[in-house]
Design a protein around this ligand. Structure first.
Ligand SMILES: [Zn+2]
Length: 142
């Protein structure tokens, strides 16, 4: 594997952890395409537009916690995914995302390594913030 591919893989691993942390609701997530609520451990980080399109591979609007079945066996359930995105972000934003997918080019190896580092820090911050919120809520219930 080339140095660039290794860096891309590293960035992807960290990015997908961040997506799962973001979409974790009390240990579960809701699959955008089949609507099932499942344990977060069972989530893939599923793309709306294929990760083969490098310009949106790390686009936070393009990737959400998705169940393995929808992501791997239903080709991401593209039509339902789009409908869900429109509900969540509005049609205009989805069209902008679709335009971003046609921009060519990708990231340099250095970019990818820096991104991996940044995603790792953000994942940590998201987890800490959610824990704090959870503790606040529990204190409030007492
Ligand atoms: Zn699903």
């Amino acid at each position: 594997m080339s140095e660039h591919s290794r860096a891309e893989k590293k960035a992807w691993v960290e990015f997908s952890k961040m997506i799962r942390a973001r979409d974790n609701i009390g240990g579960n997530f809701r699959c955008p395409t089949c609507g099932r609520t499942l344990p977060i451990e069972e989530a893939d980080a599923g793309h709306y537009i294929t990760r083969a399109r490098k310009s949106v591979m790390f686009d936070e609007m393009n990737v959400h916690a998705q169940c393995r079945h929808c992501n791997r066996f239903e080709e991401g359930n593209h039509f339902l995914y789009r409908r869900w995105l429109v509900d969540k972000y509005e049609e205009k934003k989805v069209e902008e995302l679709e335009r971003r997918a046609h921009i060519s080019g990708g990231y340099t190896t250095v970019d990818l390594l820096l991104m991996a580092k940044d995603y790792r820090a953000r994942t940590k911050a998201i987890i800490e913030r959610k824990e704090k919120l959870q503790n606040l809520l529990e204190g409030f219930k007492k």
